[in-house]
Design a protein around this ligand. Structure first.
Ligand SMILES: Nc1ncnc2c1ncn2[C@@H]1O[C@H](COP(=O)(O)OP(=O)(O)O)[C@@H](O)[C@H]1O
Ligand SMILES: O=C(O)C1=C[C@@H](OP(=O)(O)O)[C@@H](O)[C@H](O)C1
Ligand SMILES: [Mg+2]
Length: 172
Protein backbone atom coordinates (compact mmCIF):
# COMPACT_ATOMS: atom_id res chain seq x y z
CA UNK A 1 0.00 0.00 0.00
CA UNK A 2 1.26 3.52 -0.75
CA UNK A 3 1.93 5.94 2.10
CA UNK A 4 3.60 9.36 2.44
CA UNK A 5 5.69 10.64 5.36
CA UNK A 6 4.12 13.25 7.64
CA UNK A 7 7.42 15.18 7.63
CA UNK A 8 10.65 14.75 5.63
CA UNK A 9 13.92 16.17 7.00
CA UNK A 10 16.68 17.31 4.66
CA UNK A 11 19.92 19.26 5.13
CA UNK A 12 23.68 18.77 5.25
CA UNK A 13 25.62 16.12 7.14
CA UNK A 14 25.61 16.62 10.87
CA UNK A 15 22.84 19.23 10.96
CA UNK A 16 20.75 16.93 13.14
CA UNK A 17 18.29 15.23 10.78
CA UNK A 18 18.55 11.86 12.54
CA UNK A 19 18.56 13.36 16.05
CA UNK A 20 15.69 15.79 15.43
CA UNK A 21 13.81 13.24 13.32
CA UNK A 22 13.52 10.88 16.27
CA UNK A 23 12.43 13.67 18.62
CA UNK A 24 9.89 14.93 16.09
CA UNK A 25 8.45 11.43 15.65
CA UNK A 26 8.04 11.10 19.43
CA UNK A 27 6.32 14.48 19.68
CA UNK A 28 3.97 13.63 16.80
CA UNK A 29 3.36 10.07 18.04
CA UNK A 30 4.40 8.51 14.73
CA UNK A 31 7.16 6.18 13.55
CA UNK A 32 10.66 7.26 12.56
CA UNK A 33 12.68 6.11 9.57
CA UNK A 34 16.12 7.09 8.26
CA UNK A 35 17.24 6.20 4.74
CA UNK A 36 20.90 5.83 5.81
CA UNK A 37 19.77 3.17 8.33
CA UNK A 38 17.71 1.44 5.61
CA UNK A 39 20.78 1.33 3.36
CA UNK A 40 23.04 -0.08 6.10
CA UNK A 41 20.45 -2.76 6.96
CA UNK A 42 19.86 -3.70 3.33
CA UNK A 43 23.54 -3.73 2.35
CA UNK A 44 24.91 -5.25 5.57
CA UNK A 45 27.77 -2.71 5.62
CA UNK A 46 28.32 0.86 6.74
CA UNK A 47 27.89 3.95 4.55
CA UNK A 48 31.67 4.51 4.74
CA UNK A 49 32.31 0.95 3.56
CA UNK A 50 30.00 1.39 0.56
CA UNK A 51 31.84 4.61 -0.41
CA UNK A 52 35.25 2.92 -0.10
CA UNK A 53 34.28 -0.38 -1.76
CA UNK A 54 32.22 0.97 -4.65
CA UNK A 55 32.52 4.75 -4.86
CA UNK A 56 30.00 7.57 -4.59
CA UNK A 57 28.02 6.93 -7.83
CA UNK A 58 27.10 3.39 -6.69
CA UNK A 59 26.17 4.73 -3.25
CA UNK A 60 23.93 7.36 -4.90
CA UNK A 61 22.13 4.70 -6.96
CA UNK A 62 21.51 2.59 -3.84
CA UNK A 63 20.39 5.72 -1.99
CA UNK A 64 17.97 6.75 -4.74
CA UNK A 65 16.15 3.41 -4.49
CA UNK A 66 16.07 3.58 -0.68
CA UNK A 67 14.65 7.11 -0.74
CA UNK A 68 11.97 6.24 -3.29
CA UNK A 69 10.87 3.24 -1.21
CA UNK A 70 10.74 5.29 1.99
CA UNK A 71 8.84 8.18 0.38
CA UNK A 72 6.11 5.82 -0.78
CA UNK A 73 6.13 3.29 2.05
CA UNK A 74 6.36 5.22 5.33
CA UNK A 75 3.79 7.44 7.03
CA UNK A 76 5.86 8.82 9.94
CA UNK A 77 8.88 11.12 10.10
CA UNK A 78 11.56 10.44 7.50
CA UNK A 79 15.18 11.66 7.68
CA UNK A 80 17.10 11.56 4.39
CA UNK A 81 20.87 11.36 3.86
CA UNK A 82 22.38 14.79 3.22
CA UNK A 83 23.17 14.15 -0.44
CA UNK A 84 19.90 12.55 -1.50
CA UNK A 85 18.60 15.84 -2.96
CA UNK A 86 21.38 15.71 -5.60
CA UNK A 87 19.10 13.40 -7.57
CA UNK A 88 16.60 15.17 -9.82
CA UNK A 89 13.92 12.47 -9.57
CA UNK A 90 14.18 12.54 -5.78
CA UNK A 91 13.73 16.32 -5.80
CA UNK A 92 10.62 15.93 -8.00
CA UNK A 93 9.16 13.42 -5.49
CA UNK A 94 9.86 15.83 -2.61
CA UNK A 95 7.92 18.68 -4.19
CA UNK A 96 4.61 17.19 -3.07
CA UNK A 97 5.75 16.64 0.53
CA UNK A 98 6.05 18.55 3.81
CA UNK A 99 9.84 19.09 3.81
CA UNK A 100 11.91 20.68 6.61
CA UNK A 101 15.36 21.94 5.63
CA UNK A 102 17.57 22.02 8.72
CA UNK A 103 20.40 24.52 8.22
CA UNK A 104 23.57 25.56 10.07
CA UNK A 105 26.70 27.62 9.50
CA UNK A 106 30.13 26.19 8.74
CA UNK A 107 31.57 26.46 12.28
CA UNK A 108 28.64 24.54 13.71
CA UNK A 109 29.11 21.94 10.95
CA UNK A 110 32.77 21.39 11.81
CA UNK A 111 31.90 21.02 15.50
CA UNK A 112 29.29 18.37 14.77
CA UNK A 113 31.03 16.35 12.06
CA UNK A 114 34.69 17.32 11.81
CA UNK A 115 36.15 14.42 13.72
CA UNK A 116 33.65 11.81 12.67
CA UNK A 117 35.06 9.29 10.17
CA UNK A 118 31.58 7.85 9.55
CA UNK A 119 31.01 10.66 7.02
CA UNK A 120 33.50 9.95 4.24
CA UNK A 121 32.81 13.17 2.32
CA UNK A 122 34.17 15.26 5.19
CA UNK A 123 37.13 13.06 6.10
CA UNK A 124 39.85 15.48 4.88
CA UNK A 125 39.75 19.25 5.52
CA UNK A 126 36.13 19.27 6.72
CA UNK A 127 35.73 23.08 6.72
CA UNK A 128 36.69 23.46 3.04
CA UNK A 129 34.76 20.38 1.97
CA UNK A 130 31.65 21.46 3.81
CA UNK A 131 31.77 24.94 2.17
CA UNK A 132 32.10 23.35 -1.28
CA UNK A 133 29.27 20.90 -0.62
CA UNK A 134 26.99 23.73 0.50
CA UNK A 135 27.83 25.87 -2.54
CA UNK A 136 26.73 22.98 -4.74
CA UNK A 137 23.68 22.05 -2.66
CA UNK A 138 22.22 25.08 -0.89
CA UNK A 139 19.88 25.99 -3.75
CA UNK A 140 18.75 22.36 -4.06
CA UNK A 141 17.80 22.19 -0.36
CA UNK A 142 16.02 25.54 -0.60
CA UNK A 143 14.26 24.52 -3.80
CA UNK A 144 12.42 21.57 -2.22
CA UNK A 145 11.94 22.96 1.31
CA UNK A 146 8.50 23.79 2.68
CA UNK A 147 10.18 25.52 5.66
CA UNK A 148 13.78 26.28 6.69
CA UNK A 149 14.75 25.82 10.36
CA UNK A 150 18.11 27.15 11.59
CA UNK A 151 19.87 24.92 14.10
CA UNK A 152 22.80 27.17 15.14
CA UNK A 153 22.93 27.60 18.92
CA UNK A 154 19.79 25.50 19.42
CA UNK A 155 19.51 22.20 21.25
CA UNK A 156 17.88 19.30 19.37
CA UNK A 157 14.73 19.84 21.49
CA UNK A 158 14.64 23.52 20.52
CA UNK A 159 15.11 22.65 16.85
CA UNK A 160 12.25 20.14 17.12
CA UNK A 161 9.96 22.78 18.63
CA UNK A 162 10.97 25.29 15.94
CA UNK A 163 10.13 22.74 13.23
CA UNK A 164 6.69 22.04 14.76
CA UNK A 165 6.03 25.79 14.98
CA UNK A 166 7.18 26.43 11.40
CA UNK A 167 4.92 23.65 10.11
CA UNK A 168 2.06 24.66 12.41
CA UNK A 169 1.85 21.08 13.71
CA UNK A 170 0.83 20.14 17.25
CA UNK A 171 1.95 17.25 19.50
CA UNK A 172 0.03 13.98 19.39
N1 LIG B 1 21.00 20.99 17.69
C1 LIG B 1 22.14 20.33 17.92
N2 LIG B 1 23.09 20.90 18.70
C2 LIG B 1 24.25 20.27 18.94
N3 LIG B 1 24.59 19.06 18.46
C3 LIG B 1 23.69 18.44 17.69
C4 LIG B 1 22.43 19.03 17.37
N4 LIG B 1 21.75 18.17 16.57
C5 LIG B 1 22.55 17.10 16.39
N5 LIG B 1 23.71 17.25 17.07
C6 LIG B 1 24.83 16.32 17.11
O1 LIG B 1 25.49 16.43 15.83
C7 LIG B 1 25.85 15.13 15.36
C8 LIG B 1 25.18 14.85 14.03
O2 LIG B 1 23.77 14.68 14.24
P1 LIG B 1 22.86 13.76 13.29
O3 LIG B 1 21.49 13.78 13.86
O4 LIG B 1 23.51 12.43 13.08
O5 LIG B 1 22.91 14.59 11.94
P2 LIG B 1 22.52 14.19 10.44
O6 LIG B 1 21.59 13.01 10.51
O7 LIG B 1 21.88 15.42 9.90
O8 LIG B 1 23.82 13.88 9.77
C9 LIG B 1 25.49 14.14 16.47
O9 LIG B 1 26.64 13.96 17.27
C10 LIG B 1 24.41 14.86 17.26
O10 LIG B 1 24.37 14.48 18.60
O1 LIG C 1 25.69 14.54 2.45
C1 LIG C 1 26.06 13.45 1.96
O2 LIG C 1 26.44 13.34 0.78
C2 LIG C 1 26.02 12.23 2.83
C3 LIG C 1 25.34 12.30 4.03
C4 LIG C 1 25.30 11.17 4.98
O3 LIG C 1 24.09 11.21 5.73
P1 LIG C 1 23.81 12.30 6.90
O4 LIG C 1 23.37 13.55 6.21
O5 LIG C 1 22.73 11.70 7.74
O6 LIG C 1 25.08 12.48 7.64
C5 LIG C 1 25.43 9.84 4.26
O7 LIG C 1 24.28 9.57 3.50
C6 LIG C 1 26.67 9.86 3.39
O8 LIG C 1 27.79 9.96 4.23
C7 LIG C 1 26.67 11.00 2.36
MG1 LIG D 1 21.60 11.10 9.56
Amino acid sequence: MSAAPVVVLIGPMGVGKSTVGQLLAERLGVGYRDTDDDIVAEQGRTIAEIFVDEGEPVFRAIEKQAVQRALTGHDGVLALGGGSILDEDTRALLLGQRVVYLSMDVEEAVKRTGLNAARPLLAVNPRKQWRELMEARRHLYEGVATVVVTTDGRTPEEVTQAALDALELKDA
